[in-house]
Design a protein around this ligand. Structure first.
Ligand code: ZN
Ligand code: MN
Length: 261
């Protein structure tokens, strides 16, 4: 996938300085290093938002900052839990401080339109806190023109695409961990990283309506996959991206105003 002039990581400082003068939308992908079953890599929650963010940025003339690859602790009901080998998580205070610091750095260099582009559900309230604290930092510096949007790309999947993904009924985005949606997009964008002979077909996990700490691991499927990934396909992954990328681009254009293109 070629995305020239989108990745900040690939720019020289001269190119960055030129681009940031135009006040582009800057997307910061956030993810996690987290088990994704026997068939997907630990960096799935980073690969997916980076892929979607780069495609969106190409449509809106935006820039994608290097991702925050570590995230908040995996929870049983949305990520299988923090106890799986290879799940490397941050304490909330560290994650909030890291994202707040990166936002302030982007603003220091001229960015005013920032998108926290999440790929890991457990990050969401800590992204809210990071945005709130960074806006407070900026207000104390007398700067009131910074706008931040926080989104999870899966929230843009519309009913029609949902029907393509789940012809037999939609479980929930939480139970979708390492299941049909994530496996399908990975089959589309990084098939080399999907262990196709190991795609699990476990029944959906059945959790009680409360959370137990330390984790009660009994309701957690031993594979770490929270519902069947069997019906995943590259075609479904392509359908998700074809719908979600232009819809996120349109939402960001609308949210940041008419000059954002
Ligand atoms: Zn995931
Ligand atoms: Mn996750």
């Amino acid at each position: 996938m070629s995305t020239p002039n989108v990745r900040i990581a690939d720019m020289t400082w001269y190119e960055f300085a030129d681009r940031v003068k135009e006040n582009p939308i800057v997307l910061l992908p956030t993810g996690s290093v987290e088990q994704h079953g026997p068939h997907l890599p630990l960096l799935t929650d980073v690969i997916l938002p980076v892929t979607v963010a780069e495609a969106v940025a190409a449509e809106i003339g935006g820039m994608v900052a290097p991702a925050v690859s570590y995230g908040y602790k995996s929870q049983p009901k949305s990520g299988g839990g923090n106890h799986f080998p290879g799940t490397l998580s941050l304490d909330a205070g560290v994650f909030i401080g890291l994202v707040r610091n990166i936002i302030n750095e982007l603003v220091r260099h001229g960015a005013r339109k920032i998108v926290l582009f999440d790929g890991h559900m457990e990050n969401q309230w800590f992204l809210v806190e990071a945005a709130d604290l960074a806006l407070r930092d900026q207000a104390m510096l007398g700067r009131h023109d910074v706008k931040i949007i926080k989104l999870g790309y899966w929230d843009f999947i519309n009913k029609a695409t949902e029907a393509v993904l789940f012809p037999d009924g939609f479980p929930s985005w939480e139970l979708e961990h390492a299941a049909v949606m994530e496996t399908s997009i990975m089959l589309h964008v990084r098939p080399d990283l999907v262990r196709q002979d190991k795609i699990p077909d476990d029944p959906a996990a059945d959790f009680p309506p409360y959370d137990v700490y330390p984790f009660d691991t009994r309701p957690i499927p031993p594979t770490g996959v929270l519902s069947s990934a069997k019906s995943a396909s590259a075609e479904k992954g392509a359908a998700v991206l074809a719908q979600v990328v232009p819809d996120i681009a349109a939402s960001l254009r609308a949210a940041f105003g008419p000059q954002s293109d």
